[in-house]
Design a protein around this ligand. Structure first.
Ligand SMILES: [Zn+2]
Length: 279
């Protein structure tokens, strides 16, 4: 009995020592300055980073560190490894959505799978039973799963960066689906904090979806959003971050609701640009 007690006490001591060490390592990780090399990559691959208001920069850096330390990146389809640049680029785009939202970001997400180019997913598409919520644009450049994974083609991510401003961004698109799935239903209506905003989104999105389906020349949203309410929400979020000024002008109600959802006003970011941004 004495031996058992001693072993148990030793195990507790070892456990506490390991936990304390991990806690200190985590504190050092978050307290350390944001690496300059990371800033250079973000400036190159996340265009919004250059115009992000100074008041958001510290939060944004922390969101990125959280993402990189908590999520697993897996290379797929012949990709040798997920490079630091790839991981940071994906974390950088995803963190635009979470930077000014309260609470833990992407808590149900565990892994990010990266293919070198468009990929073929096995089997037939299943809407909800297998957790698959989207296969994108027939080419499978991105997927969002409700059971903790997102999947990307790096070639598509690189293309979206090169064509920045055209309203398309596969990382933002798939993370919009992740946000939409937070309440367990990927129905195109995310968890707004105010019930009045939920109702407003349902009404306005239904009307704008019909407008998109009718081919209205006044809409700037990607026609892929006409597929269903979930895709409409995802392409609206893409436009909100990729073409904020145009979205605010062409779809003011959509912009206002997304602005409340993300607690962000990206249409003003160009005006707030300061000389403190490293170039
Ligand atoms: Zn989608």
């Amino acid at each position: 009995m004495i031996l058992f007690s001693a072993v148990f006490a030793l195990a507790v001591v070892v456990f506490l020592a390991v936990s304390l060490r991990a806690k200190r390592r985590r504190e050092r990780y978050f307290a350390a300055p944001f690496p300059q090399e990371w800033e250079k990559i973000l400036l190159r691959n996340v265009p919004a980073y250059a115009i992000l208001p100074n008041t958001l920069r510290e939060k944004y850096h922390r969101r990125i560190k959280e993402f990189l330390s908590e999520k697993t990146f897996e290379a797929c389809g012949g990709l040798k490894s997920v490079s630091d640049e790839m991981a940071l680029t994906i974390a950088g785009h995803a963190s635009l959505l979470s930077v000014n939202r309260s609470g833990t970001a992407w808590s149900s997400l565990h892994s990010v799978l990266v293919y070198p180019r468009a990929f073929a997913a096995p089997g037939e598409e299943s809407e909800t039973e297998g957790g698959l919520v989207a296969r994108e644009r027939g080419t499978r450049d991105g997927e969002s799963w409700t059971h903790g994974s997102v999947v990307f083609s790096w070639q598509r991510i690189a293309r979206d960066i090169a064509l920045h401003g055209n309203g398309q961004n596969v990382v933002i698109h798939e993370f919009a689906h992740q946000l939409d799935s937070d309440d367990g239903i990927t129905g195109g209506c995310p968890a707004f904090s105010e019930l009045s905003d939920v109702r407003a989104w349902q009404n306005i999105a239904a009307r704008e979806l019909e407008r998109l389906r009718s081919g209205d020349a006044g809409t700037i949203l990607d026609e892929y959003g006409a597929e269903n309410p979930a895709e409409f929400f995802a392409v609206s979020v893409e436009a909100f971050f990729e073409q904020p000024i145009e979205t605010k002008r062409a779809h003011p109600e959509i912009y206002a609701l997304l602005s409340r959802l993300f607690s962000l006003d990206p249409a003003t970011w160009e005006d707030e640009r300061t000389p403190n941004v490293p170039i």
